[in-house]
Design a binder for this molecule. Structure first.
Ligand code: GTP
Ligand code: MG
Length: 429
């Protein structure tokens, strides 16, 4: 057990972290401390231990339960936080014995989400996830809600408080789901019109606290909430900006990833991830100074795979180089393609290199060709003129025409499609 220096602001909390040496999913006690602080709790100490597997009744052994109960009593703690998922009955048994509120890792993360959500959609999503988490905990014997005497009009004839609580939760879940569907439809329409306008969308992704929002601010010179807290951003925040040689793009800031994100939460944040899934380019922001750098990269990559975003081209942004004493630079592969940009978002170092790399990656490859057109292909000729794609033309004696064009690949294929032509029907010089 380890006592912390205290800030004495939030709710006094005892943290519990158990190591399961045989399990693959090992949580990090330091990250847990940051999570607790991000939720606004005031951690007074962390109780650690090691087990082969969780105890079915209390998750931890009875010896540990007594140890924690003593701390709760002596220190007047208001909250016990577990760095693990607890079953509803474990949570209930612990609350009864410790005589104190108990929150598991999912509950803790949801609480942070609830405090940070900014947009209507984000708030709805968090509430939904919280209700879903709560509904599994509304079972007989849940003492907090089982007040036998309910108010008039609060319950139907013969209905217990528990049943009416359940019904209320169910109805609320339905109502929120309906509203979310509506909000999502509207957002999809926004996305579709962006696609029609052919504006490339870039999404900042990365482990929580990597510096995505700070970078987003630097790139857009807007002020989005950035803070040294986990999950500072919850809603996809979109801004339009101009990139040289590319034109307008839409940049999206997204919620940070974290190891073992509880599944309810992943579902709840599908909207944020959907935005990512449809991006043209992902900027993967990495805290280059972080001790867990490699593990975090692997974690982010695996989440991207989970949401089917692993095929999207990637540019890595290694951030916080000021802490490593490095200079900003673009790192390239053997074909000179930018793969990684080293920057400091907070110190405004290397931001222009990011724009340069984006521009190199996004500028459409050009088609530069000379076509031999027959006199009957006048429509094709004028279509290229309409696109300002014609560099020169030369009339031949046989009535044919040599047309030299220079046009972005995408526009080239659009022209062919418009005229219902396939490439192999054309003659090149
Ligand atoms: N030293 C240093 N700190 C940085 C740099 N960029 C960001 N930070 C700090 O890192 C912390 C996290 O930054 P955010 O921009 O909120 O991180 P984020 O990735 O958006 O985090 P979430 O939204 O929580 O996922 C803040 O305290 C920033 O000031 C940098 O280049 N150097
Ligand atoms: Mg952020």
């Amino acid at each position: 057990m380890l006592f912390f220096e205290r800030s004495e602001t939030g709710e006094k909390a005892v943290l519990v972290h158990i190591d399961f040496p045989e399990s693959r999913e090992r949580e990090d006690p330091l990250e847990f401390e940051m999570l607790a602080a991000s939720a606004g709790a005031d951690p007074i100490c962390i109780v650690t231990g090691s087990r082969h597997g969780p105890d079915p009744r209390y998750f931890i052994g009875t010896g540990k339960v007594e140890e924690i109960a003593a701390i709760v009593r002596d220190e007047g703690a208001e909250l016990v936080l577990f760095n693990h998922g607890l079953s509803p009955s474990q949570e209930r048994n612990l609350e009864k014995t410790l005589e104190c509120r108990v929150l598991d890792r999912t509950g803790l993360i949801l609480d942070i989400f609830a405090q940070r959500a900014r947009t209507f959609e984000g708030k709805l999503q968090v509430e939904l996830a919280q209700l879903q988490h709560l509904s599994t905990r509304l079972v007989r014997g849940w003492t907090h809600l089982e007040r036998q005497k309910g108010g008039i009009g609060l319950r139907g004839p013969g209905e217990t408080q528990l049943e009416s609580d359940r019904r209320m939760v169910r109805n609320r879940i339905k109502a929120i789901t309906r509203r979310l569907d509506k909000v999502r439809k509207q957002r999809n329409q926004g996305r579709r019109s962006r696609q029609r306008a052919d504006i490339p969308t870039l999404s900042l992704v990365g482990y929580t606290n990597a510096g995505k929002s700070t970078l987003f601010n630097q790139m857009t010179e807007s002020s989005v909430y950035a803070a040294d807290k986990l999950f500072a951003t919850l809603d996809p925040t979109l801004r339009r900006l101009e990139i040289a040689d590319v034109g307008p793009i839409v940049l999206a800031d997204t919620v940070g990833f974290i190891r073992h994100l509880p599944h309810q939460v992943v579902d709840a944040f599908r909207a944020t991830l959907e935005e990512t899934r449809e991006a043209d380019l992902l900027l993967h922001v990495v805290d280059a100074s972080g001790e867990e750098r490699e593990e975090n990269i692997v974690e982010v990559e695996s989440v991207l795979k989970e949401i089917d975003a692993d095929q999207i081209p990637r540019l890595e942004i290694y951030n916080k180089i000021d802490l490593l004493g490095l200079d900003p630079r673009i790192e390239r592969d053997e074909l000179e393609k930018p793969i990684r940009v080293w920057v400091s978002a907070a110190q405004d170092q290397g931001i222009e290199l990011i724009s340069q790399a984006i521009s190199e990656l996004l500028v459409a490859p050009l088609v530069e060709k000379t076509l031999c057109l027959k006199p009957c292909q006048g429509r094709l000729r004028s279509a290229f003129y309409q696109q300002s794609a014609v560099v020169s033309e030369e009339c031949l004696d046989d009535g044919n025409l040599h047309l030299t064009i220079r046009i972005p690949r995408k526009a080239y294929y659009q022209v062919l499609k418009q005229l219902d032509l396939s490439e192999d029907k054309l003659r090149y010089v």
